[in-house]
Design a protein around this ligand. Structure first.
Ligand code: PMP
Length: 452
């Protein structure tokens, strides 16, 4: 008699193709199969508990199985589960749009729903493109992105993506974009200030030469996530925003990863008082519960589409699940918990708690850099700390460290040689301490070859 686990594992191998996964690798190891979650713990089908140390891919805000969020979905289920926004509206979609405009950076006034971060990015790109087209600026068709940027996996999002490992294979099918350097202080010879200057100079030069061809700059504000949790030097984002404004180029803030409290502010743009023309949100919008994303636009963008039908300025874009009422209902419930539980204050307090606790890790021989913004941490492991020589990619130091953490009871997913620590925002200090312990033990085990 096979166990339930064995049956599921066999079916998983037979039928599932996992995202961002080399299946030959994956099928060599026993799969982790999750059965349920409670608070910040996930339990596998064999009953073992794991801390959700990467917030189930960076989207867990209030934990798993949260009564208030469950109830919001149940209540809405009793009314209607699907209602398209093509030709009609629904109550949660309207109420959520109002709430989002209230909490968004100043100037954002309209909400266009979609169902994933990537589709939200597609919408922002198409809106920016058509915004200029509708006003007769038909040459403004290209985008500026940043080195190592990640904006999702659909074709437009990949076109403004700049991570060679993920994106290069698709290059022949993509539209070309301009790329400026991202300020990666740890790996820039002159450090943070020089890195920032290099970014601003490149942007200024590009805008001075070609602003008449450029529709928008798309940026992961303050923290570039998938490239390795790389935090911008202070003031960089606001100066980039000012340059865009000065040269009549739209600013698209991709807040999919950074939005909803993750960086210590509701949105990363708030940290530098930046008001983008378009802002993409997803992930934490529903507390991570359901696939809802949105693209927020200013009135100026919206008005460029507002015309008599025959003028052909309509934004012809929409998805079947746009404005799904179950998703919007749980997003509203999540935002209510933000207020009731003072989540943002909690993030600030916990961020400095973790920072202090992680400080000792900096002394370890293979910990090159510890980066942080709010409750978003990246720990870059290096072969040689003095020269900052990275580990060879083939050594899979990040994967091995994450696997060790899993053995010790915490889940995380590395970015190359960077260990990611993105705990749910509601993690308690005791839970954070337990997770930091596992992180430390895993790093020492893998990089120093011994148990601490
Ligand atoms: N933009 C950023 C900055 C992201 O980090 C991600 C996902 N990690 C996306 C877009 C894509 O979101 P989704 O996976 O929901 O399509």
């Amino acid at each position: 008699m096979s166990t339930q686990y064995e049956r599921l594992a066999a079916m998983n191998t037979s039928h599932l193709w996992h995202p961002f996964t080399q299946m030959k690798d994956y099928n060599n190891a026993a799969p982790l199969i999750i059965e349920r979650g409670e608070g910040i713990l996930l339990y596998d089908v064999q009953g073992k508990a794991y801390y959700d140390g990467f917030s189930s891919v960076w989207l867990n805000v209030h934990g798993h199985n949260v009564p208030e969020l469950n109830q919001a979905i149940v209540d809405q289920l009793g009314r209607v589960a699907h209602s398209t926004l093509l030709g009609m509206a629904n109550i949660p979609a309207i109420e959520l749009a109002e709430k989002l405009v209230e909490i968004a950076p100043q100037g954002l006034a309209k909400v266009f729903y979609s169902d994933s971060g990537a589709t939200g990015v597609e919408i922002a790109l198409k809106m920016a493109f058509q915004y200029w087209h509708n006003q007769g600026a038909k040459k403004k068709t290209t985008f500026i992105t940043m080195n190592q940027a990640y904006h999702g996996d659909t074709i437009g999002a990949v076109s403004v993506g700049a991570i060679p490992l993920y994106h290069d294979v698709f290059r022949p099918m993509l539209f070309p974009s301009h790329t400026i350097p991202y300020p990666y202080a740890y790996r820039h010879e002159g450090g943070a200030l020089a890195a920032k200057e290099a970014t601003l100079t490149a942007l200024r030069n590009l805008l001075e030469a070609r602003a008449d061809e450029i529709a928008a700059l798309i940026v992961e504000p303050i923290v570039q996530g998938a490239s390795g949790i790389i935090v911008m030097p202070q003031g960089c984002l606001s100066e980039m925003a000012a340059l865009c404004r000065e040269h009549d180029v739209l600013l698209i803030a991709d807040e999919v990863a950074t939005g909803f409290g993750r960086t210590g502010a509701m949105f990363a743009c708030d940290l530098e008082d930046v008001s983008p023309d378009l802002m993409v949100i997803g992930k934490g919008l529903t507390g991570g519960y359901l696939p809802v994303a949105a693209t927020l636009a200013t009135n100026a963008v919206y008005e460029a589409f507002y015309a008599d039908y025959h003028e052909q300025k309509t934004f012809f874009h929409g998805h079947s699940y746009t404005g799904n009422p179950l998703g919007c209902a749980v997003a509203l419930a999540s935002l209510k918990l933000f207020d009731e539980r003072n989540i943002l204050e909690g993030v600030k307090r916990k961020a400095s708690y973790v920072e202090n606790k992680l400080a000792a890790l900096k002394e370890r021989p293979h910990v090159g850099d510890i980066r942080q913004q709010g409750l978003m941490f990246g720990i870059e492991l290096v072969r040689d700390k003095a020269t900052r020589e990275p580990y060879d990619w083939a050594e899979r130091i990040g994967v091995r460290t994450s696997l060790r953490a899993r053995e010790l009871g915490m889940l995380t997913r590395p970015l190359g040689n960077v260990i990611v620590f993105i705990p749910p925002l509601v993690s308690t200090e005791a839970e954070l301490e337990a997770m930091i312990h596992i992180l430390r033990d895993s790093i020492i085990h893998v990089t120093e070859g011994r148990d601490s």
